[in-house]
Design a protein around this ligand. Sequence first.
Ligand code: PGA
Length: 255
Amino acid sequence: MTAATKPPRPLIAGNWKMNGLLAALAEVRALAGRLARSGKTGADLLLCPPATLLHPMAQALSGSAIALGGQDCHAEPKGAHTGDIAAEMLADLGCRYVIVGHSERRQNHGETDAEVAAKATAAQRAGLTAIVCVGETRAEREAGRAEAVVTAQLLASLPAGCTDRNTVIAYEPVWAIGTGLTPTAADVAALHAAIRRVLGQRFGAAAGCMRLLYGGSVKAGNAAELLAVANVDGALVGGASLSATEFWPIVEARL
Ligand code: PGA
């Protein structure tokens, strides 16, 4: 980011993963209520529920500043792909974002970098912002390869045409997801600086304002420290985003 570039507006995103029945919409209403009462507007807020909750959550969020996103999309706009969801379908429901390449999809569904890039292209085509996830495993970090692995994964997972408007990067060390473990602030700073650098080399000035999120065991107790790290423009929060009581202090740390 150059001195003339405006700092990115923070984004605090909740990834509900495969959690939440209709009753969980009470948490969303509670969160929207807290946001409205706070009167604060310093960050963008996003919830990515399972597909079954997208439509009712869109209704629950109507009139609120909290955006809606999907957790995955297919690369094609339609067709014979049983169980899959097109980016266009997400946009049709009012989604503005879609997570692509989450490590759980890379691990559990064998998604490759090329497939992730195709999904990010689909998101662009549908007018959505893709949140492209990257992160190293514990073995890769212990071998001193975290930065090399993450930057290579990132470059292979991003299609042409990425801008700060259609792309957000989420750095999520695989070993930190759902474990209660987090990297040190210095390690996060080093990775985010490396990500910013390779984005600049690939996309030029447009990368200066691309939002870089940290994800992996973000909680109320560590959010302020992690969100204050240089080049951390927000968080992707899993477990702690399921309850308004746990999510709100994380939101407030950057609001
Ligand atoms: P966690 O998940 O906050 O539960 O560690 C983060 C994520 O996977 O996005």
